[in-house]
Ligand binder design. Structure first.
Ligand SMILES: *Cc1c(COP(=O)(O)O)cnc(C)c1O
Length: 426
């Protein structure tokens, strides 16, 4: 390979990168939405809804078929029996979370799981009542956290500590430490988006967890934008709990079920406050339905209901591809791909934009958030007309996510070319 001879702004550079990319073939495992003229969109919205894996339809159809032909017996006799269906996702989910299998479970949807987890891990007592979140937290997380404060009789505003950015749009780890220094003894729970949905900042979860524990706070992360994006090591980082959705980077399809991580030190306890249901009961006696609830000794103790098979089927299809590709190598490609997009944006569009996502590779995942200096009102529609799908946040931020599983270096090149045309008014 002699890409050094070609300028990175040359399309041939991108094509050559794709040519030598050992992960490039995974692109063929996903369905790309198409323009009216039948061309694939440049799809940079995998941070909102991941693309459909090629096996998803088959996996869902197989379950529809099993239901058609077996009725209730599908619970035991389907090719993938429904009773333990969620267990098919456990190993792959543990790989993505960097966890032991017993520490993860796939169930419900994200906000529901945040509530279930806060029921267990937000335990205000005495002076220690507050919840620490980041500025620009996803609105649903703010609602969830504030309603938890209210349920415990705390003030929904005064009970919150919101971390504001201290360096441009970034919240530095030092600043977070400073907050613990001043407020650590009042904080019951830290609940931060591991990757902020708006700025794309990835937090140093290991350092934050360690510091928070020194001050006696429990720590949870919303990993809606972290799962399937970063190389997570939730167990080693000693995080207390985390949850994420299955439909963003994990490509499980609209409303796909959510993943949950609970550190092993919290497992196997019967005295932990927890909403309970039959699917969390010890498997050996679940169907005898005894009066007394005996929790499963794993994160499954938090399950309430029997799992939604159809929506798990498409998530399974995607997780198999993640397993094949390996999250560690995907992350390596991701770092290159996003750095390449950043390089192009800076060299081609510097006078028009500021990238508000941290520059350091450790401080971000695959997403770049681009602030337009002179925002054009319908940028997102024009981008779409020209064949690129991404996301707009008023008043001036474009969020683009080159996803390592299915985006290419050529996608980055074409995207910047299109954006340049728009911003140059041509
Ligand atoms: C996408 C997202 C959600 C969505 O919540 P659902 O319960 O899946 O609707 C919540 N929080 C964050 C941080 C998100 O990015």
């Amino acid at each position: 390979m002699n890409s050094s001879a070609i300028s990175p702004t040359d399309l041939n550079f991108a094509l050559e990168q794709d040519n030598y990319d050992p992960q490039a073939h995974f692109r063929g495992r996903f369905h790309f939405p198409e323009t009216e003229s039948g061309e694939s969109f440049i799809y940079f919205s995998g941070n909102s809804l991941g693309l459909q894996p090629d096996t998803a339809e088959q996996y869902i159809t197989e379950e529809l078929d099993a239901w058609k032909k077996l009725g209730v017996e599908g619970h035991l006799n389907a090719k993938r029996p429904w009773l333990p269906y969620h267990e098919l996702l456990t190993q792959y989910t543990a790989e993505i979370a960097g966890a032991f299998e017993k520490e993860v479970v796939v169930m419900n949807s994200l906000t529901v799981n945040l509530h279930l987890l806060m029921t267990s891990f937000y335990r205000p007592k005495g002076k220690r009542k507050k919840i620490l979140i980041e500025d620009n937290a996803f609105p649903s997380d703010r609602y969830a956290v504030q309603s938890q404060l209210k349920i415990h009789g705390n003030h929904p505003k005064e009970g919150l500590i919101i971390l504001n950015p201290d360096q441009g749009d970034t919240i530095t780890t030092e600043w977070i430490f400073d907050c613990f220094h001043h407020h650590g003894h009042e904080i019951a729970l830290v609940l931060i988006g591991g990757v902020n949905y708006y700025t794309g900042q990835a937090f140093d979860m290991k350092a934050i967890t360690k510091k928070a524990h020194e001050y006696g706070c429990l720590v949870g992360f919303d990993l809606a934008h972290g799962a399937g994006n970063l190389h997570l090591k939730l167990h080693d980082w000693d995080v207390d709990f985390a949850a994420w959705c299955g439909y963003k980077y994990l490509n499980g399809g609209p409303g796909a079920p959510s993943g949950v991580f609970i550190h092993e030190r919290h497992l196997g306890k019967s005295d932990i406050p927890r909403f309970e249901g039959w699917w969390g009961h010890d498997k050996s006696t679940r169907f005898q339905m005894p009066d007394k609830f005996v929790p499963t000794a794993t994160a499954e103790a938090w399950q309430l209901s029997n799992p939604p098979i159809f929506s798990m089927a498409s998530l399974l299809a995607s997780l198999e591809i993640f397993h094949e590709a390996g999250i560690e190598s995907l992350r390596k490609k991701s770092e290159k791909l996003t750095s390449y997009l950043e390089l192009l944006l800076k060299s081609e569009l510097n006078e028009h934009i500021t990238i508000i996502t941290p520059v350091s590779v450790r401080g971000r995942g695959c997403q770049l958030s681009i602030r337009l200096k002179n925002p054009i009102y319908n940028t997102i529609d024009i981008l779409r007309e020209k064949g690129a799908v991404c996301d707009w946040r008023d008043p001036d931020v474009l969020r683009v996510a080159p996803v390592p599983l299915y985006n290419s270096f050529a996608d980055c090149h074409q995207f910047v070319h299109i954006l340049k045309e728009i911003l140059n008014g041509s």
